[in-house]
Write a protein that binds this ligand. Structure first.
Ligand SMILES: Cc1ncc(COP(=O)(O)O)c(C=O)c1O
Length: 398
């Protein structure tokens, strides 16, 4: 099938929930995606922070093939499977947490966290059900997750929403304090807001929120679905702040591209759920867990995280150069490791399209940010190549 015919069929049969760029991909290698006609694209989207090891990584492919060969893709959580036990031990050690619940996506990991927080509250008092989240946050598309998401655009037309959520200003401790009361059970934060526009938390803000949680016996939930798994330059973004949550939620890059989510707990969050409280048929699926085991072993060696830190610094310095060259089009650079944003004065879609025409994939975040979340293995040469294209794309918009 050629590109046009494929696109026609995609548009006809896939439910219309995305504004998709008209390209059909069939193969990938490293940071390069190839379309159905054999054209190559340099990928700085990485499946939106999913393909941490790029495409066709030999270690990941071998780990997945070994599971395929074993024949055991899946067995129910009525039983244990070897891959899931190894993954549980590995991810808990990497994240310095105690226990983990496996599921399939970021929204599901956050649902698990919200339910656990409510049960934790109920154990203290039937009215302790309040959950505070942040304005501009993003936590996923299920009902609990959209309600936790502090952006009206995700709520419109979907009410009635679950009750008991309130929204504080990100990086404004006083606004969080103002919402804490005797009915609060948890505070949920992305250490680096992703969809909201790549906004890293301030150190003092996260420290202050942690102190509030300790003072009022609340659960602190960090959503690291986008900024976790090495993206910040440490295995987990919370480690760059040295502020540890009671609950950590993960997905996206967790299994290197195989769908998986996880909710990790420590301390007072460890024993809230008991059998029957929560479940996911596919949680701990052997194929997904093999991907996770490969990710854990790669992030466990410091060299990948160091590479992310170095490439992140290099990318940000280059982006700062663009801010100087095109002050009317871009105003600042934000981010950590390899989760970075270029703040624009023009609609990001214009730059996304101009880059696409030159075979560079980038995406937007928020309403004015161009987002860069390439595979963590991206090289300096690839960053240089992307920046040449981006420079031309910006020049074309003057
Ligand atoms: C911080 C954060 N949380 C949760 C989600 C939802 O993840 P998923 O799409 O896997 O449900 C996302 C997705 O972009 C995210 O960025």
């Amino acid at each position: 099938m050629d590109m046009q015919e494929s696109l026609l069929q995609g548009k006809q049969y896939l439910l219309d929930t995305y504004s998709q760029v008209p390209v059909v991909f069939t193969r990938g290698k490293g940071c390069i995606l190839s379309d159905i006609e054999g054209n190559d694209y340099l990928d700085f989207v990485g499946g939106i922070a999913v393909n941490a090891l790029g495409y066709g990584d030999p270690g990941l492919m071998k780990a997945l093939s070994d599971v395929l060969e074993s024949g055991l893709l899946h067995c129910s959580n009525l039983y244990f499977n070897e891959q899931a036990i190894k993954a549980a031990k590995g991810i808990c050690a990497l994240a310095e947490m105690d226990r983990v619940f496996f599921c399939n996506s970021g929204a599901e990991a956050n649902e698990a966290a919200l339910k656990l927080a409510r049960k934790f509250g109920h154990q203290r008092s039937p009215s302790r059900t309040g959950i505070i989240t942040m304005v501009h946050s993003f936590h996923g598309r299920t009902y609990g997750a959209i309600t936790a998401t502090g952006q009206d655009k995700y709520h419109v037309n979907f009410d009635p929403l679950p009750q008991g959520f309130s929204y504080a200003l990100f990086n404004d401790l006083e606004s969080v304090k103002a919402l804490v009361n005797e009915n609060t059970c948890a505070i949920m934060v992305e250490p680096i807001q992703g969809e909201g526009g790549i906004i890293p938390a301030d150190q003092e803000f996260l420290q202050g929120v942690k102190a509030l949680c300790e003072e009022h016996d609340l659960l602190l939930i960090f959503d690291e679905v986008q900024c976790g798994m090495g993206r910040s330059g440490k295995p987990f973004a919370y480690q760059t702040y040295a502020v540890k949550p009671d609950i950590l939620t993960l997905a996206k890059a967790l299994s290197g591209g195989v769908p998986a989510g996880a909710m990790l707990t420590q301390g007072k969050a460890n024993h809230v759920f008991t059998p029957g409280d929560h479940a996911a048929t596919f949680g701990g699926n052997a194929l997904a867990m093999a991907g996770l085991n490969e990710m854990v072993s790669r992030l466990g060696t410091t060299s990948l995280c160091k590479h992310v830190e170095d490439m992140g610094e290099y990318l940000r310095s280059k982006l700062e150069g663009l801010v100087k060259t095109y002050p009317t089009l871009c105003t600042s650079v934000r981010g950590k490791g390899l989760i970075n944003g270029l703040v624009l004065t023009v609609p990001p879609r214009k730059v996304v399209d101009a880059c696409f025409k030159q075979n560079l994939l980038v995406a937007s975040a928020g309403y004015d940010v161009l987002r860069f979340v390439p595979p963590l293995i991206v090289s300096e040469q690839e960053i240089d190549k992307a920046l040449v294209i981006l420079d031309k794309a910006l020049a074309s918009l003057l």
